[in-house]
Ligand binder design. Structure first.
Ligand code: PLP
Length: 287
């Protein structure tokens, strides 16, 4: 259980951690967020997540609330106060508090900053990876700027709920051409019939997953061929393997799509190896 949250300059018990009712994150989803995996108390893929945070804020013309160094110190102090070593660190930055009006508030309105930390049971998540998970498909219905990591996640939440109701762990959005874009909270991958790793290119309307980017490096270093090219749900089912990536899931084998097995219906060796290699690298480069 996370007990302490950081809210606008103060570390407070979570039960007392509140934001204003006129926070623009609350009223307009006018906020961005980042999530870091935490290994042994250290932030994984720090550069990728900070770079994306700065980009997301820049795209929305929200000021970076403090320097990278200061933000790192806040994240790490929140981790320390919660005494969590293995988990997830959540950061949300909104455009701040202002009288409700769609247009931006006056320049100089300070962004709101919230940090929370949650514990992850690595034994349980390794067991889940060893079993694999199911996904379901859902029509792509999100706005055109999914590259910005905003808290406007209603389509993602609805798709994820639909998945949960049928015992699946993730929903894959499928665009009007019948191609998988990404998961509701992860990027989607296959190992195709030729043994080539495929994941959708970032010209498409998807989030530029930090885990995805690191894993492309990890896979190439391991001598695997990676193509940033989309695939259909049928191609995923006909593939040798499928998996998802994200700070929460790391590299998680997918064994069924819409109730039909992927490959032989069990986690594949490539996904399991990549999971191990990704975790090794994330631990070695965490700060
Ligand atoms: N795609 C979506 C929609 C997400 O919400 C996430 C993570 O939350 C990802 C992909 C994976 O991104 P990352 O690897 O940076 O966690």
């Amino acid at each position: 259980m996370s007990r302490i949250a950081y809210v606008n300059g103060r570390f407070v018990p979570k039960s007392e951690a509140v934001v204003h009712i006129e926070d623009r994150g609350y009223q307009f989803a006018d906020a961005v967020y980042e999530v870091w995996a935490l290994f042994d108390g250290k932030l994984a893929d720090p550069e990728g997540h900070f770079a994306r945070l700065e980009r997301s804020l820049g795209e929305l013309a929200i000021d970076m609330p403090m320097s990278r160094a200061a933000l790192t110190a806040v994240l790490k102090e929140t981790v320390r106060r919660n005494r969590i070593r293995e988990g997830l660190v959540y950061l949300q930055v909104s455009r701040g508090v202002a009288k409700r009006d769609h247009a931006f508030p006056a320049p100089g309105t300070p962004p709101s900053v919230v940090v929370t930390v949650s514990r992850v049971d690595r034994v349980a998540t390794e067991a889940r990876a060893a079993k694999g998970v199911s996904v379901v498909t859902s029509p792509e219905n999100r706005w055109g700027r999914c590259d910005i990591k905003t808290v406007g996640l209603l389509p993602n939440a609805l798709a994820k709920q639909k998945a949960r109701e049928v015992g699946a762990v993730e929903a894959w959005f499928v665009d009007e051409l019948g191609l998988v874009t990404e998961g509701a909270s992860s990027n989607a991958w296959i190992v195709d019939r030729d043994g080539v790793l495929r994941t959708r290119d970032t010209q498409a309307n998807i989030l530029r997953g930090v885990t995805r980017l690191s894993l492309i490096d990890v896979a190439r270093e391991a001598g695997l061929k990676v193509e940033e090219r989309p695939f259909t749900p049928d191609e995923a089912r006909a593939a040798k393997e499928a998996f998802i990536t994200g700070a929460g899931t790391l590299v998680l084998p997918v064994i069924a799509v819409d109730g039909k097995p992927v490959g032989d219906g069990a986690p594949g060796p490539v996904a399991m190896k990549l999971r191990r290699l990704y975790i090794e690298r994330a631990k070695a480069t965490a700060v």
